[in-house]
Structures are given as structure tokens and as C-alpha cells.
Write a protein that binds this ligand. Structure first.
Ligand SMILES: [Zn+2]
Length: 131
């Protein structure tokens, strides 16, 4: 699911060029490992099982991340430009969607528990950034 609250309609084209390619390479080297690390740490994966299927790095302007019904997680390469704790917050948000494909009460309560009760603050902080 996407972060609907940060969605803004934009007509500008997707940025491209060497800067984006550099970010993409950085994101590909970093985000899959970080996702795996957090998944293990928070009980979404262990040696024998993993709740998500694949991870894709996206260059888009509408969301920081999303999670498909098939269990694939998409992460925006611009996450590399966020402070570390907000990057982790987005990854945790997507991990929670593996269990709750919505933004309901249970989703938020799980996410909040994974963020040490800081979900609201983190969400607010993230609003200060845009994709
Ligand atoms: Zn969501």
C-alpha cells in the first residue's frame, strides 16, 4: 500500500540521469540487505522462512514504498536520501503490509510496536520530505 498522505499530483517527468543511476546503484546495494535485516530482527523472516517474496527498487514520484498482494516489496530509490531512521520506518511500514494489506487499526498497532511507540512522530517527520 502506498503512503496516500504524501501523494501529490505531479506532471513533471521522472528525473533521470547519472544522479539517479548513482542513487539506484546505492539503493540496490543497501536496501535489500536492510530489508532482510529488519525482517529478521522484527520476526518477519528467519533462516527457513521469509514473509516477503521479492524486493524491487523503483524510481517513482508517488510513494516511498509499496507492498503487493503477492508479497513483493517495492522501495523507492530516493529512500537513500532520507535520514536512516525514516528509511527504516518506511521499510517497517511495508513489512507490516505483509500481514495487513490496509491502513487499519491492527496495521498501525503492529507498526507502532515495531517503532517503539514512535509511529506518529515518524509519520509526521516523513511528511517533511517528498519523493
Ligand atoms: Zn501503507
Amino acid at each position: 500500500m502506498i503512503f496516500k498522505f504524501i501523494y501529490r499530483r505531479r506532471r513533471r517527468p521522472k528525473p533521470s540521469g547519472p544522479e539517479i543511476e548513482r542513487l539506484r546503484a546505492e539503493a540496490k546495494a543497501f536496501l535489500p540487505d536492510r530489508l532482510r535485516e529488519l525482517a529478521v530482527q522484527k520476526g518477519f523472516a528467519d533462516g527457513s522462512h521469509c514473509e516477503y517474496r521479492r524486493i524491487f527498487i523503483k524510481n517513482n514520484l508517488t510513494n516511498w514504498g509499496s507492498c503487493s498482494s503477492k508479497g513483493n516489496i517495492n522501495l523507492n530509490l530516493r529512500l537513500m536520501l532520507l535520514p536512516e531512521h525514516l528509511r527504516d520506518y518506511v521499510i517497517l511500514h511495508e513489512l507490516c503490509h505483509l500481514r495487513y494489506p490496509n491502513h487499519g487499526k491492527e496495521f498501525h498497532s503492529l507498526l507502532n510496536s515495531l517503532c517503539n511507540g514512535q509511529e506518529k512522530q515518524l509519520r509526521e517527520e516523513l511528511r517533511g520530505y517528498h519523493t
